[in-house]
Design a protein around this ligand. Structure first.
Ligand code: BTN
Length: 258
């Protein structure tokens, strides 16, 4: 596969298409020390894809695309905690650019179209100091049918095709996502996340709504007022204003997915 639409310096410049792999994230985490920053791996067949909060990520058939990219130096470690938001933003930007439609995000990084989930992102880090590396992996649903989601109990899942959207070609999706992610990383490094926050907040479907915060200790409801400069979700319960981080909670709407 040739990535002729790449405009990046680093991301995707070293690229591997795999016919099958357990998980593109696991592959990069295992081989990271031997690979350069920006190395990307993609497949349509993941046999043990992983999702956020220890969940599985269903895949393993032609209609899906799994893509992971390795982030290390020269990107500074301080921006790695923001990778979930920077990559979520890149996914919505890429999907918008390729289809001409408006996408949104369920914080921190589920890609939504009309409140259905078309893609998910898992960011993971390994090592420390100058050996610190992060892997940012995105799975997108390109053309699975309704039966695919029904048979897996994925009530809020959909694909580009099922949602009546033009289905991006795999190469074009990979290039668009990596191009936007590198732009977001560069801008975050240059100007800080605050410069990307208005754009992110505008796309975040939770802001201005009641949310259910699912933690290992139980579920609580709150009103979501925004996202802060650390990428945390800002919530309010009566007079109490507090922030939650993506590693600790998963968010749902009170009456649906958002
Ligand atoms: C989620 O919504 O829970 C996140 C799903 C992330 C799936 C992607 S597919 C590419 C990469 N490899 C994995 O094993 N997981 C991520």
């Amino acid at each position: 596969m040739e990535l002729s639409g790449l405009t990046t310096r680093l991301l995707g410049r070293n690229f591997l298409w795999l016919e099958s792999v357990d998980s593109t994230n696991t592959f990069l985490l295992e081989h990271g020390p031997q690979l350069c920053c920006g190395t990307a791996v993609a497949t349509s067949c993941q046999t043990a894809g992983r999702g956020r909060m220890g969940k599985q990520w269903q895949g393993g058939q032609e209609g899906t695309l799994a893509l992971s990219v390795l982030i290390g130096l020269p990107f500074p470690g301080e921006i790695y905690p923001l990778l979930p938001l920077l990559s979520g933003l890149a996914a919505a930007q890429a999907a918008g650019a390729l289809t001409g439609e408006a996408f949104s995000l369920k914080w921190p990084n589920d890609l939504l179209y009309q409140e259905k989930k078309l893609g998910g992102i898992l960011c993971e880090a390994r090592g420390e100091g100058k050996n610190l590396q992060a892997v940012c992996g995105i799975g997108v649903n390109l053309f699975q049918d309704q039966g695919y989601f029904d048979s897996r109990g994925l009530v809020y899942g959909s694909s580009f095709a099922l949602s009546g959207l033009p289905v991006p070609e795999k190469e074009r999706w990979i290039c668009a996502f990596l191009n936007h992610l590198e732009e977001n990383l560069d801008r975050c490094q240059r100007e800080g996340f605050a410069s990307l926050l208005p754009g992110y907040t505008q796309l975040c479907a939770n802001v201005g709504k009641m949310v259910a915060l699912h933690t290992p200790g139980g579920v609580q409801t709150a009103f979501c007022t925004g996202v802060d400069s650390q990428g945390q979700l800002v919530c309010q319960q009566g007079e109490r204003v507090f922030s939650v981080s993506a590693g600790e909670v998963s968010v749902r709407g009170l009456y649906g997915y958002v």
